[in-house]
Design a protein around this ligand. Sequence first.
Ligand SMILES: [Zn+2]
Length: 269
Amino acid sequence: MRFVAKQPQEGINVSATHPLVEASALIVGLTAIFAGFVVLLVFLVEVALYFVSVEDEASLFEDWLPNDLITVAHTDDRLQETQRLVDQLARHWPESPYPFRVEIDESEDANAMALPGGLIIVTTGLLDQVESENELAFVLGHELGHFRNRDHLRALGRGVVLSIFVTAVTGGDVAGIGINIADLTLRSFGRKQETAADEFGLGIVYAEYGHVNEAWRLFERWKSMDDAQAELLTYLSTHPDTRNRIDDLKIFARETGWSESGAFTPLDW
Ligand SMILES: [Zn+2]
């Protein structure tokens, strides 16, 4: 008998469902899986932070400095004055568990950062720009706000937060985690975190001076800078748009009834 090969039926490899429907089902499925992973990672960081108390964090990072920090001499006037100002401002947050430590980074990029264990880093580039103590007080008060919400740890990235957790649990040395300023300078917080830090910072300024005059004057000067000048202001790229920020601060000050007029305190340097 001769074998006669049957022709396969037409369309045997074509699904009855429209290809666009199948493609979208695939995209939706993959997106859902990806979103699930992201939620899980965020949750893991929150769990890790829950188990590393602020007190543990403060003692683990007591003498720690980022690996690549170029600090100024401890006798530097600006360092001593900034430390004094932070200590003075922190009295308005009496329940703070952090012993705040200031270091100045020799960098022409204007920036301010909150780091583990209560370490606040300001750059020489930022200090060159401030013209009154009140302006500096708001920048520092804002960083204190990040400590209050522990944003500073979340900004380190998941990998580092999980390493801190492991170090806290095993009693290891935080020097091995490898935190570099260079990796952190461009990290920014979410809009909500920034607003909360701004409101907290403004409250600290009000508590210290009895008014909020000059609190955002630094940003007003920055707003009118040209692009070339603004390029050295890393602070601007890691914080909300200056125009919106000033408007929000003004509205907040008006709503809370904090006066925008009052004598400002000159800098001691
Ligand atoms: Zn901030």
